[in-house]
Design a protein around this ligand. Sequence first.
Ligand code: PHE
Length: 340
Amino acid sequence: MIKSQLESIRQAAAEKIASAEDRAELESLRVAYLGKKGELTAILKQMGGLSAEERPVVGQLANEARTYLEELIALSLQRFKSLEKNARLAGETIDVTMPGTPVPRGHKHPLSIVLDEVKEIFLGMGFSVASGPEVELDYYNFEALNIPPGHPARDTQDTFYITENILLRTQTSPVQIRYMESHKPPIRIIAPGRVYRSDAVDATHSPLFHQIEGLVVDRGITMGDLKACLEALAKELFGQATKIRLRPHHFPFTEPSCEVDVSCFRCGGEGCSMCKGEGWIEILGAGMVHPQVLRNGGIDPGEFSGFAFGVGLERIVMARYRIDDLRLFYENDIRFLSQF
Ligand code: PHE
């Protein structure tokens, strides 16, 4: 009696499992047959009424039926899983011919645009690009450039000190010394980089700005070479009609020294708001490398001479694009940056 009941439950369950249509149906079949209140379980509960001989036989049959149904369910579950996976994969297929989502592209910062141009101009004249540390020794930033402790030039280049002897460089000129120490003439380099001064921020001052140092050392270098070199730079940067003007000046590490102006490219020298009525715009400091500075770099001033210059990058970029506030370079305002 129980045996035939078992057999018919087994068959009915097997058929239903085979024709189950999804995982939920499969699960409810599992509960209906094998769960705590399931049909198969109910049969087992009737076993108390069986004889001692029958009980193990029926017990074994019931267990076999359970194992059989469990296997069927597991197989079916497997099938549903792989069907689901295939459906998911089909849904995820990418149509590579669909138009993409446009990604906004950035571009170079105006300071980098002009710096790269300056590099190209000098590379074209046979210069190479050198660099030095921004955290610099007092020796390279000041002493080796003829600015001993107590020298008034230190006041105009007040900076941020790490220790008494280590500071954030106030100029790119220390690269002159470092480069001469490790290279023999002929030397022809530019050294662009960040410099620091303890200045309050306003439209024309920033505690961080950029300079481009230039250094040429060889036999027979004169002020004429300096002038020709800077004239070439000015014409390339601001247009062939640009003139330059050298005004006497003083730097402790060049002798003689000058400041260099370019003719105002807006008014051509007439005087306008751009050049504040002057007709000229100052862009750099320069001069012939002081003999003691050559010596400090390990170069004999009896045999070699040289010129050096230091351009303020922000200043030429402002002149070039008619930008009237230095702070715009550092604020990362996309409305400003996207204009270049
Ligand atoms: N280092 C100078 C400054 O920051 C500029 C300079 C460089 C002048 C090289 C002469 C020669 O003002």
